[in-house]
Write a protein of this length. Structure first.
Lengths: 282, 733
């Protein structure tokens, strides 16, 4: 920029400052784009599945249906342990399980291969590998949301509504480190349903809805005032995707180690795996 | 399950355990028994007759002694024949077969072991055990039952040596005021006696404002009391007295106690009971005739003679002969008949029912002013409640359609089977469309199902196939609609629960050390978790960790509880660690900080993950013993066995005394260390089928030896209701 010599130094300086000032004034902020909910449903709904099963408890048998999310194309599904009766005591058996993918209303045979009651998760595997991989959600490529970020869940309606996909919207209301790393959604996200994948406004996976109770010893140590102790929680919580990935790795190990037969005395079984009885070293 | 007819007195049968109290209100009590009843031969206490002008000068002490001797003599004549009866029953509810138990009383009526009791004592019974007067317990078999009179006969298997039998007295000789004794097992207190008097020797239960309708009572097996004029008395009876004798002071059985409550007792008269017992012993059933009429006394009518036809069953002999409701029957086979009062109905009804089947009866009647005669040919009175079967793998129970059912349901015929219950979640209940209670199954895979036998045969045939067909098509009627559905049979299969994902664990129990406690312990700036216990048989025991150590860091990461809500923080931290390898715990011990290395291990199996086993023969569910079970019960590693989680009370194991939370340690010669050895022992039993099975169990810290007496039978896919001889149906229908 050339400032004329004929101007007084003060005026020149003032003019220069004005030009600089003009160049420093920012432009008007751009309006944030509304998330493409239709696109979210279109892209993510194929990985959401219905799971039908018989719940056998001491009270009898009952047919139940819940939703889950396909996390691997060969038929590994993540769902809520609570939806499978995992919070009942004693926990019921789930049998005659069928997974309905897409338009299939008959379903393919499947079974629960592992549970993590602490995290509120259960893993289901279809019995027969599909001819081509199922649509799935990759939890490894996760977003890292913060408080205030918009989030969405995709679920399926009930059979009376032809199991049509449904999207719910909310935001991250809090991020906790205790009792564990959890994202707390705003009230009403997903209607309190568990086992649903949660996405950010770009359609990236954030985590899965779940419900985690305090440990038994914590509940025993706090016999009254539980409601106050759980203040802020209405409906579900979100287990971050990274936690889901770690838990899934452990679940697959558990399932691969056998599943079913009694453990060696005194030790936790990965069912059937010859686990050495821990012996206190002398 | 028992229904009561509208406005009937709320009286219930006295089979234990339930007694429903009689509701005196609402009962219309007919007038006293006719004064013209014969009283010849009826023994009473030997008190001299007194007139208003003659003072009774009896010696009270002598009277008491005489009474004591009379009661004692009567007792001694019947007690040896008095028995307690225990019954294992099979009921159908929700499409499932469930076992139950009931008890009652009975009287041995012949030296070869026939026992008279109430039908409701043996109703749905599959297994009968009789406790004799000398306390021997012997098995018995059902000979026959007659719901219409609520009477049944069972027989001691194989006879038993030295059986005493009671003798019958004439119930027709009883009069109001006569002393009677009720003997039996109230509340299972065997060999009990109470004393009272006859309050009314020919009681009937009526309904209607004028008390002129004989009330029909409904027990689980159908209507009852149609032929009975009850002996009402006040000898106290309670649940368990059912089937026991009502005895006069001569020691003769004059009745069979059946109902009671609120200090009222009702017994079936021995004259009726003896006749029914003889017929049951001879034929296994009581064959009766039916003409399809219900009768009503003329008490409140304009008539001075005859008996009113209350209703005519469609297509019955009376219907075919042209009789109609409202007709006045005036003669039977030429003999005039007049029924004024309700008490007179049962004997007439019985007289008709006792005619041989196929007999012609000429009924003179009047319709308005026009006389007429109808000749009816009696038909066999058919049973009211159909047999049931449970088709376990399809998940529903089915019932034979009786004539009465067909009539009540307005069916055109008796073909097909009635769906009497569905199991939740079963193939029948999850079919599309699902079966429902009340459906009439007509066909299976296109094959007609004429009745229950055919259904069972077809089901058995299909389920025996290998492989079982994927779908079975059932044709059924729902009301007027004919529908079809596909059932997907689900064979029984053992399912084990999925395992929890194992996580890191250290075998310690801890308590949070919060600020105030930390200050008291001398380290106010360091919060943590005080070790309160080292679990035995864990790797923590072999480490340098001690009770009293306060853990404040794990692998260098501080861990500080802020309140009791953080009680689980340390264990939660362990669960984020691997299941093998070491962890370093930083602890404060005696004021000094130090690091302690502890080997990690996997979280222990909880009850939900424990391998389970369900044994249908013994109706017993067990699971493997877990680490925490041992800890709860303070059982060390040497204690082995399987823990009972559920046992059917009336199943073989339940009857032996095995209960929930028992630890089964031994079965006959087999030690039971775990689920595998338990399953092996049970398989061996199923193969050898011994008469007796001995369980050695540990209950808390005491051992018990229990004896089961299984009744081995082939594993049947169909459970059939305890086969009762076909029972004829009631009066006039």
């Amino acid at each position: 920029m050339t400032i004329s010599r004929t101007l007084s130094p003060a005026l020149a300086l003032t003019l220069a400052a004005g030009v600089v000032a003009l160049t420093l004034v920012p432009a008007s902020p751009a309006v944030a784009a509304e998330p493409d909910l239709g696109g979210l449903i279109r892209d993510r709904a194929p990985a959401i599945v219905s799971v039908k099963f018989l719940m056998k408890s001491e009270q009898g048998e009952e047919e139940q249906e819940t939703v889950g999310v396909m996390i691997e194309g060969d038929g590994l599904i993540l769902t809520s342990n609570a939806a499978l009766g995992g919070m009942m005591r004693p926990a019921p058996l789930t049998t005659d399980m069928k997974v309905m993918v897409g338009d299939d209303t008959q379903g393919v045979d499947a079974k629960v291969i592992a549970r993590d009651t602490e995290l509120g998760l259960a893993w289901i595997k279809v019995d027969a590998a599909p001819a081509s991989p199922f649509a799935s959600v990759d939890f490894a490529s996760a977003a890292q949301p913060k408080v205030g970020d918009e989030i969405f869940t995709v679920s399926l309606m009930g059979k009376f509504f032809d199991r049509a996909p449904i999207v719910a919207r909310g935001h991250i209301a809090s991020v906790t480190a205790k009792p564990r790393a959890l994202l707390i959604p705003s009230i009403g996200l997903a209607g309190g349903e568990f086992g649903l994948p949660v996405f950010d406004d770009q359609g990236r996976i954030v985590g899965v809805t779940t419900f985690v109770l305090p440990d038994r010893e914590e509940m025993e140590a706090n016999p009254s005032g539980m409601r106050a102790a759980m203040r802020g929680i209405v409906g579900s919580m979100i287990l971050p995707a990274a936690e889901v990935v770690a838990a899934t790795a452990r679940a697959k190990e558990t399932a691969a180690s056998g599943g079913g037969e009694a453990a060696v005395e005194g030790s936790e079984a990965g069912a059937g795996a010859p686990v050495e009885t821990p012996v206190a070293p002398k | 399950m028992m229904r009561r007819a509208p406005s009937a007195p709320v009286l219930r049968a006295l089979a234990g355990p339930a007694l429903i109290l009689a509701a005196a209100s609402g009962v219309t009590v007919p007038g006293c028994a006719s004064a013209s009843r014969a009283s010849a031969g009826a023994p009473t206490a030997s008190a001299p007759a007194a007139s208003p002008t003659t003072a009774v000068k009896a010696d009270p002490d002598r009277l008491r002694e005489d009474m004591r001797l009379l009661v004692g003599r009567a007792r001694d004549r019947v007690f040896p024949a008095l028995v307690n009866i225990s019954v294992v029953t099979v009921n159908y509810w929700g499409g499932k077969e469930t076992k139950g138990g009931q008890t009652g009383s009975g009287t041995i009526i012949s030296p070869d072991g026939y026992i008279l009791t109430n039908q409701h004592v043996v109703d749905k019974g599959k297994k009968f055990r009789v406790t004799l007067a000398d306390r021997r317990e012997v098995p018995a078999t059902l000979v026959g039952e007659d719901p219409l009179t609520d009477l049944a006969v069972i027989k001691i298997d194989g006879g038993a040596a030295g059986l005493a039998a009671a003798s019958f007295g004439r119930s027709a000789a009883l009069e109001t005021g006569d002393y009677v004794m009720a003997m039996g097992s109230p509340y299972s207190l065997s060999r009990s006696v109470t004393l009272g008097i006859v309050s009314n020797a020919e009681r009937v239960f009526t309904s209607g404002a004028g008390g002129d309708e004989v009330e029909e009572m409904e027990f689980d097996a159908g209507r009852t009391g149609l032929f009975t004029t009850w002996i009402q008395h006040d000898a106290l009876i309670n649940p368990g007295n059912s089937g026991g004798p009502l005895v006069n002071l001569r020691g003769e059985v004059v009745g069979v106690n059946a109902m009671g409550g609120n200090s009222l007792g009702f017994a079936i008269p021995s004259d009726l009971a003896r006749d029914v017992a003889e017929r049951l012993i001879k034929d296994g059933e009581v064959v009766r005739s039916s003409i399809g009429l219900a009768l009503k006394p003329i008490k409140r009518s304009q008539f001075t003679e005859g008996v009113v036809v209350n209703s005519v069953v469609k297509d019955s002999p009376a219907d075919r002969a042209g009789l109609k409701a409202g007709d006045l029957v005036t003669s039977i086979d030429g003999a005039p008949v007049t029924i004024r009062f309700a008490e007179e109905v049962p004997p007439l009804v019985r007289a008709i029912a006792d005619r041989p089947v196929g007999t012609s009866i000429a009924l003179g009647y009047r319709r308005g002013t026009t006389p007429g005669e109808a000749v009816v040919v009696t038909e066999k009175l058919l049973k009211e409640i159909g047999t049931q079967s449970s088709l376990r793998q399809w998940g529903f129970s089915a019932q034979e359609i009786t004539e009465r059912m067909a009539r009540d349901l307005r069916l055109t015929d008796r073909s097909g089977v009635f769906v009497s219950g569905l199991r939740e979640g079963s193939p029948a209940q999850t079919a599309e469309p699902a079966l429902q209670y009340g459906d009439i199954v007509r066909s299976i895979d296109g094959r007609p199902v004429p009745g229950l036998e055919a259904l069972v045969a077809t089901y058995t045939e299909i389920m025996a196939k290998d492989p079982i067909p994927e779908f079975v098509m059932l044709g059924f009627d729902r009301g007027e609609k004919n529908q079809i559905t596909l059932i997907e049979p689900r064979p029984d299969k053992k399912e084990d629960p999925p395992r929890e994902v194992p996580k890191g664990w250290v075998g310690v129990a801890t308590q949070p050390v919060l600020r105030d406690l930390a200050a008291r312990l001398g380290h106010p700036d360091t919060l943590g978790f005080r070790v309160s216990r080292l679990y035995p048989d864990t790797l923590a025991v072999g480490s340098d960790l001690l009770v009293g150590d306060v853990v404040y860091a794990v692998n260098g990461e501080k861990i500080a509880p802020r309140g009791m809500q953080d009680s689980g923080m340390l264990q939660r931290k362990f669960r984020t660690l691997p299941t093998t390898g070491d962890t370093v715990l930083s602890v404060i011990r005696d004021g000094e900080k130090r690091d302690v290395k502890v080997r990690l291990e996997r979280t222990r199996i909880g009850p939900d993950e424990a391998i389970k086993d369900e044994n249908k023969d013994f109706e017993l569910n067990v699971r493997e013993l877990t680490f925490f079970d041992r800890d709860d019960y303070r059982w060390d590693a040497t204690v082995q066995g399987v823990l009972v989680t559920n046992v059917e009370g009336a199943g073989w194991a339940g009857l032996a005394g095995v209960g929930e939370r028992d630890l089964i340690q031994r079965i006959n010669d087999h030690d039971v260390a775990d689920i595998a050895s338990y399953r092996k022992a049970m398989e061996a039993l199923a193969k050898s089928q011994p008469e007796r099975v001995t369980f050695g169990v540990l209950r808390f810290n005491r051992t018990y030896i229990m004896f089961a007496e299984p009744e081995w039978k082939p594993e049947a896919p169909v459970e059939k209701e305890g086969a009762a001889a076909p029972v004829p149906v009631a009066n006039g229908r």
